[in-house]
Design a protein around this ligand. Structure first.
Ligand SMILES: C[S@@+](CC[C@H](N)C(=O)[O-])C[C@H]1O[C@@H](n2cnc3c(N)ncnc32)[C@H](O)[C@@H]1O
Length: 289
């Protein structure tokens, strides 16, 4: 890690994201989790958002196989949803990213809307872009409904269709399977999310936890170029990852630093999740040299 990069690791930087990214070396970031301003849906102290330049820089700074998770929704303006999220996804592809997965963030407590003649909007997209083939996937597993079911001379597919034609004995249904790509969260109610009060649109810590665990490993470097209240950075640190957070607003950077203070880096040991004093040492050595 070069010295200028080392100075930025595990900090929140107040600046325009493209300015900061231009100073980062090629292929230095393991994962990005971020959420841009949505069609000026909320006012972020009047700052503009350099979308195309940001995507170009993201492609350059992420490692081969890294993932960028882009959490976004569309505003409804003059009776029509803007479709900005789709245009952004297509632009990521144009720059070279794969559209690895279009995931849904379903809100358990969506805000009631005043729009007429449409259903209440209760989700946002979580586009997962990858630079080539994904290098890290630690999938979240869930229990199978029919765990242990013996299918007697058929496959589960045939069994469920009522067609039991195959002779081959199928294995019993596994106990667990990979979770689907619609993830549900309560927004803004949990104590850890209440800490982000003061920012108009933080995403839930639990959402950050699920993505960071899925697409990165301990000691990886996670970037949030529009870090707002610092949710990505706080959770990355808690999960033993390094982070860089950038936000153009001084107020949101100060909120993010407050959330991070006193929140020591954690690591899984054979005694459980503990403060990571030892793992800080290699980082300090890297920073020194
Ligand atoms: C949707 S919010 C991010 C919220 C964040 N995920 C959280 O949990 O708090 C978008 C953020 O982008 C920031 N922003 C807007 N333009 C920016 C720019 N050019 N560079 C860096 N940050 C910017 C805004 O200040 C705002 O905090």
């Amino acid at each position: 890690m070069n010295m200028s990069m080392a100075r930025l690791v595990d900090t929140i930087i107040q600046d325009d994201c493209v300015n900061v990214l231009k100073g980062l070396p090629d292929a230095s970031i393991d994962m990005v989790l971020t959420s841009p301003p949505y069609d000026n849906l909320r006012v972020y102290e009047g700052y503009s958002f350099p979308f195309e330049a940001l995507v170009t820089e993201l492609y350059r700074v992420v490692k081969s196989g890294s993932v960028v998770v882009w959490v976004v929704g569309d505003a409804t303006i003059a009776g029509s949803e803007t479709g900005s999220s789709f245009r952004q996804a297509l632009h990521f592809q144009k720059v070279g990213f794969n559209l690895h997965d279009t995931m849904i963030f379903r809100k358990r407590n969506p805000i009631p809307q005043i729009y007429r003649r449409r259903y209440n909007n209760e989700f946002e997209y979580m586009f997962v872009f990858s630079k080539g083939v994904v290098k890290t996937h630690n999938p979240i597993m869930i229990d199978c409904l029919h765990a242990g079911l013996e299918l007697q001379s058929t496959t589960y597919k045939n069994y469920s269709k009522g067609q039991q034609k195959r002779k081959k004995m199928a294995n019993p249904v596994k106990s667990q399977k990979i979770k689907g790509n619609i993830w549900e969260y309560v927004v803004g109610k949990n104590a850890e999310d209440q800490e982000a009060k003061g920012h108009p649109a933080p995403f839930p810590c639990e959402l950050a936890r699920d993505h960071i665990r899925s697409w990165s490993n301990i000691d990886d470097l996670v970037l949030d170029p529009m870090s707002g209240s610092g949710t990505t950075c706080k959770v990355a640190r808690e999960l033993g990852r390094h982070f860089i957070g950038i936000d153009v607003s001084a107020d949101y950077c100060s909120l993010a630093r407050d959330r991070l203070s006193g929140n020591r880096r954690k690591i899984q040991t054979n005694r459980g999740v503990e403060d990571d004093l030892i793992a800080e040492l290699p980082l300090l050595e890297k920073l020194r040299g």
